[in-house]
Design a protein. Structure first.
Ligand SMILES: NC(=O)c1ccc[n+]([C@@H]2O[C@H](COP(=O)([O-])OP(=O)(O)OC[C@H]3O[C@@H](n4cnc5c(N)ncnc54)[C@H](O)[C@@H]3O)[C@@H](O)[C@H]2O)c1
Length: 447
């Protein structure tokens, strides 16, 4: 097991490399960058979208030294009231996030609204001079990507996307191992995120007081098609494409963020996907099974799937396959198994006559003496486990607040976020079109 310091040293190294690769959009004039602040300066934070993730994120963010929560915006009164229960009666609360953006005492905002609000809330916040921690997926629809990238550039604000695994010491270790040739030449990655529960399939609880009085339905709906109040759509929005981006935007995006961070790749060039609504036929229009394949120009393939009724336990993980072994990420562990490539003639010789078998093997042995006279070597296994209680979310917020103070770029900036979410949404496009979809990961355009 690695100690935390060794892990963090490799994480810092990889973060520097990725940060150096960060590109800004060249076309737009930039606002002046704020002066860097002391690492000890307090950062005043506001939360926009105080639901499941917004509350969880805020708890983690407040564990980072020097961070103070001053305001919360949400469209359900019960969550605003709970924000005061959690963080004190003096927290400013509102249904209208613009009131938060107008406050000079807010330095940064954490946006954890449904996906269809990500672009507008992030752009409004950056234009109001706030730094932004924006939950994944960065985009809901493709045009969101360039708009967010341009706004981050022109306003000169820090924007970090919330796929926290990009700050994980486990992922940093995996990146380091791959670059060091631990599994030889990478040829395939398979990753999955399977679930087997009603909550896992987005059937989140609806509070008993949900109504047009307690829920600001017009504000929640935003750019989505207008329709009468629906508590299901309000509290279980992931089930409808009007607000969410299906399992691709919800879960594939984490797998893309991980793939891109670990391999350094910018994205696939081709995607083909299939799927369907196999079990949760409860009125939703987002599929519960999705399988997708991607070609990467670096010379490997990526295979992803999500199954919301997998017949077992929730299971999430990666398997990297290389010419000299396998690297698996599961939970807080990365394991490398190196298996020497078998090159002996093996069983196919036994189909020849006895005389030919003998002659063949004599000639073969002259050329290739027995490589391991005392038996084949055992597989070489290396396992790295994050320290007990390790939290990648904490490190992701720590990195964000460091950037807010130092004005240094973050790893998971708007370009990284678009490359991950844009790649993920290719799966939806491929299913809709029933065909292969091409993508240019450099220009971030559908080809
Ligand atoms: N990084 C992760 O691991 C992770 C995990 C879960 C969710 N998420 C992301 O977090 C986001 C929120 O997901 P959730 O599960 O917390 O959803 P949620 O429904 O529990 O919470 C969303 C909240 O946003 C509020 N909201 C909607 N429109 C708003 C607006 N215009 N202004 C202010 N508040 C508004 C809603 O009232 C709701 O309380 C999603 O984008 C999701 O993909 C990320």
């Amino acid at each position: 097991m690695l100690d935390r310091r060794t892990f963090l040293q490799s994480a810092a190294k990889t973060a520097t490399i990725a940060a150096a690769a960060t590109r800004l959009h060249p076309l737009f004039a930039q606002a002046a960058a704020p002066a860097p602040r002391s690492p000890n300066d307090a950062v005043q934070l506001a939360l926009i979208g105080a639901g499941i993730q917004g509350q969880g994120d805020t708890r983690t963010a407040l564990q980072v030294p020097g961070v103070k929560l001053v305001a919360v915006a949400d469209c359900y009164d019960g969550r605003l009231a709970h924000a005061k229960e959690l963080w004190g009666a003096d927290i400013f609360t509102t249904r209208d996030y613009r009131e938060i953006l107008a406050r000079p005492d807010v330095d940064a905002v954490l946006i954890a609204t449904p996906d269809h609000w990500h672009k507008q809330a992030a752009i409004d916040a950056m234009r109001a001079g706030k730094d932004v921690y924006l939950e994944k997926p960065m985009i809901h629809i493709y045009p969101d990507g360039p708009e967010i990238i341009d706004a981050a550039h022109s306003t000169n604000r820090i924007l970090q996307v919330g796929s926290q695994r990009v700050s994980s010491i486990i992922y940093a270790k995996a990146k380091e191992l791959l670059a060091a040739g631990a599994i030889g030449k990478l040829n395939m990655i398979t990753a999955r995120w399977d679930r087997n529960s009603s909550t896992g399939a987005w059937n989140y609880s609806i509070p008993l007081d949900a109504s047009p009085e307690t829920c600001d339905w017009p504000r929640f709906s935003g750019s989505a098609p207008k329709m009468p109040f629906s508590a299901e759509r309000f509290f279980q929005w992931r089930k409808w494409k009007d607000y969410g981006s299906g399992v691709a935007g919800d879960l594939f995006v984490h797998l893309f963020s991980g793939t891109h961070f670990i391999t350094g790749a910018h994205g696939p060039t081709r995607a083909m996907a299939t799927g369907g609504l196999r079990f949760w036929k409860d009125g939703r229009d987002a599929n519960d099974v999705l399988l997708a394949l991607f070609d990467y120009p670096e010379g490997f393939n990526l295979s992803l799937h999500v199954n919301f009724v997998d017949g077992g336990e929730e299971s999430e993980g990666f398997l990297f396959t290389g010419s000299e072994g396998l690297m698996e990420i599961a939970g807080n562990t990365v394991t490398v198994t190196r298996t020497p490539l078998e090159s002996e003639p093996g069983f196919t010789v036994s189909t020849f006559t006895d005389a030919m078998q003998q002659q063949y093997m004599e000639q073969y042995r002259k050329k290739y003496p027995i490589p391991h006279p005392s038996g084949p070597p055992a597989n070489e296994v290396q396992k790295f486990v994050a320290p007990e209680g390790y939290s990648d979310s904490y490190d992701h917020f720590h990195n964000f607040f460091n950037a807010v103070r130092s004005r240094q770029p973050v790893v998971e900036d708007a370009t990284f976020g678009f490359r991950a979410a844009g790649a993920a949404l290719l799966s939806n496009l491929s299913v809709e079109r029933g065909s292969v979809v091409r993508w240019n990961p450099e220009t971030m355009k559908i080809a």
